[in-house]
Design a protein around this ligand. Sequence first.
Ligand SMILES: Cc1ncc(COP(=O)(O)O)c(C=O)c1O
Length: 461
Amino acid sequence: MPTDLSSRLEPSQEQKKKKQLKARLLSDAKLKKPHTVAAQGNESNLSQRSQASYFNASESASDFKYFPAYKELSLTRDVSEHLQLENPFFKMHQGLASDTTVIEGRSYINFGSYNYLSINEDPRLIAAAKQAIDDYGVSCSASRVVSGERAVQRELESALANLHYSDDAAVFVSGHATNVTTIGYLFTPKDLIIHDALIHNSVIQGIQLSGAARLSFKHNDCDELEEMLRQRRGQFERVLIVTEGLFSMEGDIPDLPKLIEIKQRYNALLMVDEAHSIGVLGETGGGIAEYFSVSSNSVDIWMGTLSKTLASCGGYIAGSQALIDMLKGGAPGYLFSVGIAPTLAAAALTALDIMRQEPERIKKLNSNAALFDRLARLHNIDTGTNQQQAIIPVVTGSSLMAVRLANSLFEQGINAQPILHPAVEERLARLRFFICASHSEQQIMHTIDVLSKSMRSLEII
Ligand SMILES: Cc1ncc(COP(=O)(O)O)c(C=O)c1O
């Protein structure tokens, strides 16, 4: 049997079905209900499929228009058109996006960039990146195993190892791929991986690749995690617990000392994704270990990205020598992928230097985030569980309202991106504000003023 019955329907029935789904989506949007797609059959056992189903396959088997993902995308577009919603995504920025940005010739106050310490525009960073191009060209043109090392790549890895007080570090070409290949390579179906419910997609992809069993505990709920370990620890060879240093959707922080205590008690491994915490948490930007003053060695796998505070592109793992040797010797995303471009390595290295030398940037970022959150709460704006650290959600209650609010702010010169279902639960759809060190108090006060008026006129508050 084909897994997607709709591929067998006659065109008129297909259209009828599309119409019904569209009507349902529209009424869900109006009622602020989460939109669920009817479960499709999911046969994974090849031997159960009759040969005939391959030969009978219509054009739906070879035309991307019939892929379920494309059909869903088309429906979303139809609904947006029907509701006359401007698409708030893929805006074309002209030039540097920092506390302000220019889109189609107009300047906006910008809350859509991970450039937390405003280092991306620093002339020292730009000079270092240009110098690396003069020294090495743009690409190193093959994996480091094949094409050999560039000094700047090793210097960056040493600096990242120092940042985490670890033996060593390995740098990969993408933050997302770092999680996928590291988890996918290290763990097996004999293992269990337990992660926070709000963990980043790249971790989930890595777990799926590894074949390990997967459980998720309620966001920041250490008691639920412990209960899972109590019941399951004995059934698996290794157990990995994964959390984020600063959660990218909520802007809140896990109880790291408690997680360390639990992982030690159950002889598990602990991995922390520091994508959003480097440069944000801790007085010198050292991340969650510095924030809680805990020993860095208590965490087994430190993961981070170069694309946020460090104003570059790529990801890294820091940890024991055995861990790094293993990844460099066998992780497919390291071994079979090009080495980080020297210009990106030089930029990240310089950004780390600037972050360490100028802790006043971190102070300014923190006071900006605190001001934003304080003012928002004064206006009864729901900013969730954020801890006044660079990421502040503004919950709108539905995806439709999130898009409407984003578009209303945009019309008034403020750029902030909506986060919609299924990225978050429908009732928790939101706008996400990334605060940076170079935002001025005036920009923040003006934004809260516009935000609260818009939320009132849309009857969100
Ligand atoms: C928590 C977390 N981990 C990993 C990544 C992937 O990093 P990159 O965008 O640098 O590939 C992201 C991206 O935003 C993230 O938020």
